[in-house]
Design a binder for this molecule. Sequence first.
Ligand SMILES: [Zn+2]
Length: 171
Amino acid sequence: MEGNRQYLDLTDIKLSALREETADHGQHPYAIVICCSDSRVIPEEIFSASIGDLFVIRVAGNVLDNHQLGSVEYAAAHLGVKLIVMLGHTNCGAVGAALSGETEGFIRYIVEDIQEAIGEEKDPLRASELNVLHGVKQLRKAFGAHPEIPDVEIDGAMYDIRTGKVRWLES
Ligand SMILES: [Zn+2]
C-alpha cells in the first residue's frame, strides 16, 4: 500500500490523463511481450513503456502453453497488436532448473518444456537463446497464418539483466 501511495503521489498530469484515456477508450498496445516472471526483468522499465503500451505475458522461463497462446491471440486478434516479442534473459533460473534436471512439484512442467527447447545444450546463455527461439517457432506456427491476425511480426530477443541491454535473436 505504501508503494501504491507513492505511485499516486508521483503521478503527473500526463500519466493521470493516460490512465483516464485508456480507461475510457480502451487499450491499444504496440507490442505483445512474453517474458519471464523474474523480478529483474520488467518489460515496461526496459522498453521505457507506459500504461497501455505493452501487452505483457509473464511466466517463469517464458514458456508457452494454451493459456499464454490464448492471451497472445486475444491481443493480436482483438487489440490489433502487430508485434509479438518473445523475450528471454540472462541468468534465467527456469533455464537453470532445466539444465540441472529439476523435477520437483509443478516446476517440472516448466522444466520439461524448456528441456524440449534446449535439447543437449549445456551453456546457460545459449540454452536461454534456444528456449526463446523455440517459443518464436511455436508462436509462428500458431499465428503465422492465422486468419484473424494478418501481418503480425514475431521475433525473439534476449535481455541482459546486468547491462539492461536487449538484443534481437536471428531466427
Ligand atoms: Zn527467467
